[in-house]
Design a protein around this ligand. Structure first.
Ligand code: GLC
Length: 735
């Protein structure tokens, strides 16, 4: 039924287009020498109501690779369609459809092609949660620039990325896609990603438009269940969820995506306060908002619209410019304008925003993607180098008793055991775009290559990722018993995290734990290597392991980075961007919480109160000694600045990258504030024996200030504390 209507619609446009084909030359909007705003106005003035509406719709082209999004594809794409989600790794199909738009439509408006390029297009780099653990935004900028280059050369002009949803519940599968539990961290990586994707010029043939998503508060999904209600007070909205979007908009993000979630009764995709009052008016965003797939029609499921037409009315008037596969705007928007329920100037503003992004991308001048070979587009040596470095710097060493790691060269044989030991597919993680598992190296292959000629490497799966088949245990245990050390590789399948991948527990399946228990009985040194899209519950495994290291989901580099770390070629420098709870029952648990009324009471009766590993935690093969914190003044005016410094000495016997996290605490304020909040971080190489100064140039109002429930920033006079690790100094702020 729905396909028939859409095909009829397409037929109408096609017929009108064919019959009324004016000369397409000489219009002002086609003159690249004219200012974009003049070109937009000229083009808008020539468009019919139907043509305007079609610019605000997005269908799909190619085989939809996101099984979570069910909807009949539109088979006969109208030449006037505004945008298409493009599911292909080469530009041929895209160019064919673009020719239809340029030559068969009345005005020749190019189609905008979008796609989910979340952590790489074909060169897949680590999942975003892992990237955050690298604390290297410059490297993330480089990686996203690679993704942009591969995407644009493959026919994608626009990525639905970065995902910057602050998330504190590891049961929610989408923690894999964002930058962890901290607002400032998500903001820094939002900016780095936007700069990487968009570069200095959107019209460059290797840049793409970015899309901040999912605006906003999606990470607060109750119980970690996807798509559900989110209870978010205005104060929490502003002090936890909005900063990454504000900074991403300031960085020039071309678009945003409105989220699925219902925010305390008003779903994001019908939330005028967020979409118009804040995004368009206060933040002056001049690009556009696309709905998430179906987020408009889902307003009927959420009970705020009785049918598609009312959903259309609510979303559009709230400020969602483009309809992603809802089949709402294409059916009802024109009627709502004719009925006066949608104002014509609001429609024009929406179309202007879409056209603005298209003009800035240079699509009117270069609507077609140049032909190139896969060799010219994908897996370039410099691209793989960036992905590998990012994977290396994302690895977090969680435990290393008696310097078990790096592996001693004296070891004659190691056994690499576990469901993750020789897996490729699962190393790419969720949202792998056009990533190809065959491009990846397994942990076993990586270690064999790294230890060639030094240590023999043998491998056995031991068991599958889940189930109860222990028939492989015996082979694995015997193999391990004959080795000098065991590298046990456990973790998650890539589809256990990402969208629609909520899990009731963040523990590994019991079968995997039982494999480790069985291996422990050999008495050999046990190194646990983890691969997952979320923090894991490790309290039963931690005591049995001599070393524990997480490689998250590293992407195309696969097992090579972890092999380099285990062998000692690379000194791990990653630090957690999301707390590892001691047990699932502690969730939500995160570092920047507010103080309890009775800090000494109210703990669980059955487990420890502290998480297993804290936000910011990560070991190195070397050791660092922190000097005392130094401040350029201990008293500063609220509109003043301050320089904070700490000397960090490498007291170990290996060079190491170290990240210093600067936290702020405001013990007494007019509203309660988090016990501590990350305000700045800096990563530097500190060679063995060397001392480096890490400094933080403080803008008191910005960095010590706070935001209220209206999003207004304020700073109050009083005593503040600056903290680095276990060191702190008091700073008095005066009016
Ligand atoms: C999905 C996701 C969103 C993605 C979109 C297009 O449902 O929520 O992140 O960009 O649909 O695939």
């Amino acid at each position: 039924m729905k396909t028939t209507i859409t095909s009829l619609l397409a037929l109408v446009f096609l017929t009108k287009g064919l019959l009324a084909q004016p000369k397409k030359q000489g219009f002002l909007y086609q003159d690249a020498g004219k200012p974009i705003e003049e070109r937009i106005s000229d083009l808008l003035g020539r468009m019919t109501l139907e043509e305007k509406v079609m610019q605000l719709n997005q269908y799909t082209l190619g085989r939809n690779d996101n099984a979570n999004n069910m909807a009949d594809p539109v088979n006969d794409i109208p030449a006037e369609i505004g945008s298409l989600i493009y599911f292909s790794s080469n530009p041929d199909l895209r160019n064919r459809v673009q020719h239809k738009a340029m030559e068969k439509s009345r005005l020749g408006i190019p189609i905008l092609f979008g796609y989910d390029v979340i952590h790489g297009f074909r060169t897949i780099y680590p999942i975003s949660l892992a990237q955050a653990c690298s604390w290297n935004p410059e490297l993330v900028r480089q990686a996203t620039a690679v993704a942009a280059q591969e995407s644009r050369m493959s026919g994608v002009d626009w990525t639905f990325s970065p995902m910057i949803d602050v998330a504190r519940d590891g049961r929610w599968g989408r923690v894999a896609e964002g930058y962890g539990e901290d607002p400032y961290t998500n903001a820094v990586f939002a900016v780095a990603s936007v700069k990487g994707y968009q570069g200095d010029n959107l019209a460059s043939p290797t840049n793409v438009a970015a899309c901040l998503k999912h605006y906003v508060g999606y990470g607060a999904s109750e119980g970690g269940r996807d798509y559900v209600y989110t209870e978010i007070s205005n104060q929490t909205l502003w002090d936890t969820y909005m900063l990454p979007y504000e900074e991403g908009v300031k960085a020039g993000a071309a678009t945003l995506m409105s989220s699925f979630n219902d925010i305390s009764g008003t779903p994001s995709s019908a939330n005028e306060y967020l979409l118009r009052d804040i995004l368009k008016k206060r933040w002056q965003h001049d690009g556009f908002v696309v709905s998430d797939w179906g987020a408009i029609v889902q307003l009927t499921a959420q009970g705020v619209a009785k049918d598609r037409k009312e959903a259309t009315l609510k979303s559009f008037n709230a400020g969602v410019e483009m309809d992603m596969m809802n089949q709402c705007y294409d059916r009802h928007l024109a009627d709502l304008v004719k009925e006066g329920k949608v104002k014509a100037d609001l429609l024009d503003d929406a179309v202007k925003r879409v056209l603005r992004v298209k003009f800035r991308l240079g699509l009117f001048e270069r609507p077609f993607t140049p032909v190139s070979t896969e060799k010219e587009r994908f897996l370039l040596p410099k691209s793989l180098k960036i992905a590998t470095r990012l994977a290396e710097e994302s690895i977090v060493l969680l435990k290393n008793e008696r310097k078990t790691l790096p592996l001693s060269a004296a070891l004659k044989k190691i056994a690499v055991i576990g469901p993750m030991s020789n897996s490729k597919w699962n190393l790419l993680g969720s949202w792998r775009a056009q990533g190809n598992a065959d491009d990846a190296t397994t942990v076993y292959e990586g270690l064999k290559r790294e230890l060639e000629g030094k240590t023999q490497v043998v491998q056995a799966p031991g068991c599958d990722f889940d189930g109860n088949d222990q028939s492989g245990f015996a082979e694995a245990v015997n193999m391990a018993a004959g080795a000098d050390a065991i590298v046990v590789c456990l973790g998650e399948k890539s589809q256990w995290s990402g969208e629609n991948a909520s899990r009731s527990t963040i523990a590994l399946p019991q079968l995997q734990e039982e494999l480790l228990f069985a291996l422990k009985k050999t008495g050999k040194p046990l190194i646990l290597v983890l691969s997952s899209g979320r923090p894991l519950e490790l309290n039963r495994l931690e005591p049995l392991c001599d070393a524990i290291v997480t490689m998250w989901q590293p992407g195309t580099p696969g097992g090579s980075p972890i092999a380099a770390v285990i062998s000692g070629k690379v000194n791990p420098s990653g630090k957690l961007a999301m707390t590892f709870p001691y047990a699932t029952g502690q969730i939500p648990i995160y570092y920047n919480h507010r103080q309890s009324a009775r800090p000494h009471q109210g703990k669980y009766q059955d487990i420890q109160a502290k998480p297993l590993y804290d936000f910011g935690y990560g070991l190195s093969y070397t050791t660092f000694e922190y000097g005392d914190l130094k401040a350029s003044a201990r008293k500063v005016k609220s509109d003043g600045t301050l320089t904070l410094e700490v000397a960090v000495k490498n007291t170990g016997d290996a060079d190491g990258l170290e990240t210093v996290h600067w936290y702020l605490s405001d013990p007494v304020s007019s509203i309660s504030r988090p016990l501590k909040a990350l305000k700045y971080f800096q990563k530097q190489l500190v060679k063995k024996g060397e001392t480096r100064i890490f400094s933080f140039q403080v803008n008191v109002k910005k960095d010590f200030g706070f935001v209220d429930g209206k999003g207004e920033k304020f700073i109050e006079a009083g005593d503040y504390e600056v903290m680095v690790k276990d060191k702190k100094i008091k700073i008095e702020v005066t009016p």
